[in-house]
Design a protein around this ligand. Structure first.
Ligand code: BGC
Length: 732
């Protein structure tokens, strides 16, 4: 169970909160359940008295900086009868000032410890700016790359996402009993199944079986709650017909009852009043009633709770006990993090922003999250052999203009001026020995006019001419920051604008092309896969982007990222995820009557778990402790990972299973354990993986959670399609 959400520190904080609660007016109580956003104070660092003189505000979101938060806090404390400090919150998703790779990129490290470290730094910087609470991590399973918010989560797999979920929470909150200095309260979001929006269209309905909800979407929340997550955010969409924010079954029965969550729930931005256009609530008052009854303790952002809860209490629709319960949760967390004793932050603390330690952590994270997809041997570039040579660096994402995009979306207070561009990083790494020549190529987006296209064509031509005079070409393509993230769903995952044109022109020069893809989500890379010398996915790598890219291209670091979402061959193949249910007519490519499309290949372009390195690994001497286990038992898998190449590198050992016959249809494969291990060239490392029978539990047709006896397959491999090492075991 959770560390911080349990006695004794929590109990002590709760006692203090209880005492305070007994002295509060109804307005003050409801104030603690109301969060306000930036719009009400836009140009001023002071709030109009009316907004808090009676204690109407408990929390603020998106206020930036220690000076401003302190100024507001001071005003609030002097103007109110009971000086209860506000909880300042923001979306600290992948860094505060120093920006780390996006969460989806982080998951490709297969190293949850990396995420813990990134969030620890993010929490420190945000805390120094006056924040105590982040709206992260997002642990929504995302099986559809058309959904723009896929960039904010940890991919398509439940087990992997759960491991990152707990690491993310620990990074923000720490492992202690309190969430004190340099820490933030985490907020697991979006509860729940927001990633299951139909067609990948943001805010769209989630229509899914109870089994899928429980077996696929809930476990990452359970993992985060077990790691101590203090708060949870309710989702926007309706789940099987009931909006998540007004869904008592989800917010109370499941979240609190089943998952054991005992912190507080905040709505999403406007998700309470969204229940009106949903056609679920008659008006704002009705929406407030539905949300509050369901278990949504705090409203983001605005006065709807302040305005409507008093009447609802008077009418007996909401009880004082319900209100007290929610207020107690909020106040307890305010005591627990030390806010009540120390409401102000030290304004000199912000000097840690972008410090060498944080930039270095960002660089290492970016190195670990890139995924090498193709390499004909051109990489790593040998700096010795490059002496006197000329390298073309093509594309707007490579230079100054690209910096903001390499930081990605949801990069809180991102600063392109404190970002290392790819050009800068490469120039630094390559030194004066080789010449780096740059050209624009073409834009990431392009207006659909003949004039714009003509301009692009001439720029592409120019880039190709420059590239033709070089020895090798590095081209950077992908997405702008504001092409992935909230409300950035896409119906077409091919490269936007005319980005394919420069790639074709560069390939036509006959010079080797190293294609770097900087994007928030999986894109269609089918046309380039076999035509370039190397293909590397760098995602949106953050503040130290250029240095990390240089480390990877020159071989200072061997790539070790592996995909955590399947990369489709074409957009029509979506949704394609590796752990789909077994069908009665499996796609084996043997005859017509199979579950497949007529007009594209069965497999994705790159499968889940895939990623290359500059070295190679052999998994040797794989042993199972037993080929049988009981429903409470465990099998241990031991092996030796040998680095069979000439370069040091990290392997990702992945353990998949298949439950061969089940009382409900089982997935074709499921990841159940993994371990990343660094191995020096020529050396070997021992790895132990644990597979408990509990990890194979699922919900049957009657919604009982069961571990079923029966035969299973087990594979230990380097990606989900690697079946070189296959074993049988049985649950007895
Ligand atoms: C998003 C949340 C976010 C909130 C506050 C909403 O639109 O869905 O994830 O935390 O805004 O910025």
């Amino acid at each position: 169970m959770s560390t911080i959400m349990n006695p004794p520190a929590y109990k002590a904080a709760q006692e203090k909160a209880r005492a305070l609660l007994s002295s509060m007016t109804l307005t003050e109580k409801i104030g603690q359940l109301s969060q306000f956003g930036t719009s009400i104070y836009s140009d001023s660092d002071k709030l109009p008295d009316a907004h808090y003189s009676e204690g109407e505000v408990g929390s603020y979101l998106t206020i930036k900086g220690a000076q401003v938060t302190n100024a507001i806090q001071r005003d609030l404390l002097t103007a109110t009868r009971l000086p209860i400090p506000a909880l300042f919150a923001d979306d600290v998703i992948h860094g505060y000032r120093t920006t780390f790779p996006t969460p989806l990129a982080q998951s490709c490290s297969w190293n949850p410890e990396l995420t813990r470290r990134c969030n620890e730094i993010a929490a420190k910087e945000a805390y120094r700016a006056g924040l105590k609470w982040t709206f992260a991590p997002m642990v929504d399973i995302a099986r559809d790359p058309r959904w723009g918010r896929i960039m904010e989560g940890y991919g398509e797999d439940t087990h992997l996402c759960s491991r990152f979920s707990e690491a993310a929470v620990r990074g923000f909150q720490g492992d202690g009993e309190t969430v004190g200095k340099d820490r933030l309260y985490a907020c697991m979001k979006h509860f729940i199944a927001y990633g299951a929006c139909i067609g990948g269209r943001d805010y769209n309905s989630a229509d899914l079986s109870p089994q899928t909800l429980h077996d696929v979407y809930l476990p990452p929340f359970q993992a985060g709650i077990d790691a101590g997550a203090a708060t949870v955010m309710a989702a926007f969409e309706d789940v099987n017909g009931v909006p998540a924010t007004g869904n008592r079954y989800l917010l109370t029965d499941i979240l609190r009852g089943k998952l054991g969550f005992n912190g507080f729930v905040v709505s999403d931005y406007g998700s309470v009043t969204d229940m009106i256009p949903h056609g679920f609530a008659e008006d704002t008052k009705d929406a407030v009633r539905l949300a509050f009854e369901a278990g949504c303790d705090m409203l983001m952002a605005g006065p709807a709770y302040n305005e409507h809860l008093p009447a609802l209490i008077k009418e007996g629709k909401i009880t004082m006990e319900q209100v007290d319960h929610s207020v107690l949760s909020v106040l307890t967390l305010k005591y627990l993090c030390g806010l009540m004793d120390e409401p102000l932050v030290d304004e000199t603390g912000e000097d840690c922003f972008f410090c060498a330690e944080h930039m270095d952590a960002a660089r290492r994270a970016a190195c670990e999250t890139a995924v090498l997809l193709e390499n004909n041997g051109i990489l790593p570039l040998c700096t010795e052999r490059l002496k006197g040579k000329r390298i073309a660096l093509i594309g707007p994402l490579a230079g100054e203009e690209g910096k903001t995009h390499l930081l990605g979306n949801w990069a809180c207070l991102k600063d392109p001026n404190r970002t290392v561009s790819i050009e800068e990083g490469l120039a630094r790494a390559l030194g004066a020995s080789c010449e780096l020549v740059t050209a624009y190529g073409c834009g990431i987006r392009c207006e659909n006019t003949a004039e714009a296209h003509e301009k692009e064509s001439s720029s592409v031509k120019q880039a190709a001419e420059i590239a033709a005079r070089c020895d090798a070409i590095i081209a950077v393509v992908g997405e702008e920051a504001e092409m992935a993230g909230e409300a950035y769903s896409r119906s077409d995952l091919t490269l936007s604008g005319h980005q394919g044109e420069p790639i074709d022109a560069l390939i036509a020069t006959g010079k080797p092309v190293i294609l770097l893809v900087a994007a928030g989500r999986p894109l269609i890379l089918t046309p380039y896969k076999d035509r370039v010398a190397a293909l590397m996915l760098i995602w949106q790598p953050g503040s130290s982007a250029g240095d990390a890219v240089a480390d990877l291209l020159t071989g200072a670091v061997s790539p070790s990222g592996h995909l955590t979402t399947s990369f489709p061959v074409c957009t029509g193949q979506v949704p394609i995820y590796y752990n789909h249910a077994s069908t009665g007519k499996p796609a084996l490519g043997k005859w017509q009557f199979e579950s497949k499309y007529q007009d594209c290949q069965i497999a994705p372009l790159y499968p889940f778990g895939y990623g290359l390195s500059y070295t190679s690994f052999a998994f040797e001497d794989i042993r199972l402790s037993s080929d049988k286990m009981t429903a409470e038992g465990e099998i241990t898998v031991t092996l030796s990972v040998r680095n069979t190449g000439n370069t040091d590198g990290a392997a990702v050992v992945q353990l998949y299973i298949r439950d061969l016959v089940g009382s409900t249809v089982r997935p074709v494969k499921e990841l159940k354990a993994f371990e990343k291990v660094f191995v020096r060239a020529g050396e070997a490392q021992a790895v132990t993986l644990h597979l408990s029978a509990r990890a194979l539990a699922f919900h049957d047709a009657a919604m009982n959670e069961i571990v079923e006896p029966g035969k299973c397959k087990l594979w230990v491999g380097e990606c989900c399609t690697d079946e070189r090492h296959e074993f049988d075991f049985e649950i007895i």
